[in-house]
Design a protein around this ligand. Structure first.
Ligand code: HEC
Ligand code: HEC
Length: 352
């Protein structure tokens, strides 16, 4: 695939500084101007990537620019994109819920009930396939589906016409794309913004970068428990996901289980397999699992430590029951809490 690439950045301290600048600390300090035609978008420098991860692949036909990211940021937060004006993308990917929505199953525009739980978007630009079952091949395609499907219920031509009627948006589309908004350009901008949703700053990361005082002794022991229990077989590396699909048994006891990955690949052995979720910000993103059936972090960890839920397709190769003492389970939980992300998405001012 023909891709451009964001350079890897050497200094971790630099990462934290820039990300803090990109996060909520600057949000809201720009008043909405009285004259709509005078809207000045809040354009910020592109944030660097995750210091210790491979470079992010950027589609060659949708390069990143600060102006495009600023435009996508506004669109991501704008409820005018949905059929009934009730929801933006952000409505289901909220800061206070670790970029999920706090519901077991998401509810779309026009109160449409959706079949799955809203996943976090931290570091989503590093993923190669999207959704719990990986059925979408790019952020651009995924965004279009969320926008025009049940999540936002949008008639894309109608909404695009509305966007073009807003002077502040019109001017920005002209600057970024040299013409007016089209449905594809709207999703290109939103996707460019999503590639800046980088979460690489937590107590755990500060510890890994050399600050021994960043976490407690029990977090450090909990990290060892995590590795000894082979959780990192699937929740691997800096992203805490291998980006692969596994059956750990969730929902398999329902009368008509969600077959997950098997529907995409037609491979029976992938029945009930779902993309390993990242564990970054996991303490904030309850409830858990693709069907929202895990109510608390403690309950979910108990289930995983117990080797998942037995069923015909359980991934026993990678997931094995481990026997942990109560204090080891506590330490494991402490470790997971140390992955809480210390910045948040800032809210942009929107053109009126
Ligand atoms: C009504 C709630 C809701 C809204 C609004 C919403 N999403 Fe989501 N989002 C979800 C749910 C639920 C899923 C998982 C669906 C699945 O896996 O089948 C998801 C999945 C995603 C994913 C894939 C994550 C992954 O791990 O693969 C991305 C990216 C995403 N949404 C971005 C967006 C964007 C961009 C918008 C706006 C255009 C948006 N979402 C609007 C609920 C929502
Ligand atoms: C075989 C791969 C695999 C192993 C090993 C594994 N997990 Fe998971 N984990 C998954 C998958 C896949 C899911 C999502 C399942 C679903 O939604 O159907 C998940 C979900 C989770 C969740 C919920 C996250 C969320 O956002 O919904 C937590 C927490 C978790 N695992 C912790 C652990 C811990 C702790 C261990 C080690 C004891 C572990 N996992 C071992 C694959 C694995």
């Amino acid at each position: 695939m023909n891709t451009l690439v964001i350079r890897r950045w050497a200094s971790y301290g630099f990462v934290i500084l820039l990300l803090a600048g990109f996060g909520s600390s600057c949000a809201g300090d720009q008043p909405v101007p009285p004259n709509p035609a005078e809207f000045k978008p809040d354009v910020r420098p592109l944030p660097p990537g995750l210091a210790t991860y491979e470079a992010m692949a950027i589609p060659a036909d949708n390069p990143m620019t600060p102006e495009k990211v600023a435009l996508g940021w506004q669109l991501f937060f704008d409820t005018r994109l949905s059929a009934d004006g009730s929801r933006s993308c952000y409505s289901c990917h909220l800061n206070e819920h670790g970029l999920t929505d706090g519901l077991p199953l998401a509810i779309g525009a026009l109160e449409k009930k959706l079949p799955r739980h809203s996943p976090t978007l931290w570091n989503i630009g590093y993923h190669k396939e999207f959704y719990w079952d990986g059925r979408s091949g790019s952020l651009e395609k995924q965004g279009m589906a969320a926008w025009t499907g049940g999540n936002m219920g949008a008639n894309k031509d109608e909404i695009t016409a509305k966007i073009n009627a807003i002077p502040g948006y019109r001017a920005q589309f002209q600057t970024v794309f040299g013409g007016e908004a089209t449905p594809e350009r709207i999703m290109m901008a939103v996707s460019a913004y999503e590639r800046t949703i980088i979460g690489g700053q937590s107590a755990y990361d500060r510890w890994k970068a050399g600050d021994e005082s960043a976490v407690s002794g029990s977090v450090k022991r909990g990290y060892q428990v995590f590795k000894d229990s082979k959780c990192d077989q699937c929740h691997a590396g800096v992203l805490f996901t291998d980006l692969q699909y596994h059956n750990v048994g969730i929902g398999m006891d329902k009368p008509e289980p969600d077959v997950g990955r098997a529907k995409v690949t037609n491979k029976p052995e992938e029945t009930g397999a779902f993309k390993t979720p990242t564990l970054r910000d996991v303490a904030r993103s309850a409830p858990y699992f693709h069907d929202g059936s895990g109510a608390t972090l403690q309950e979910v960890v108990d289930l995983m430590v117990g080797g998942g839920k037995p069923n015909q397709w359980l991934d026993k190769k990678n997931l094995q029951k481990v026997n942990l003492k109560p204090e080891q389970k506590q330490e494991l939980l402490e470790f997971l809490r140390s992955l809480t992300i210390e910045t948040s998405l800032g809210e942009p001012a929107l053109p009126q």
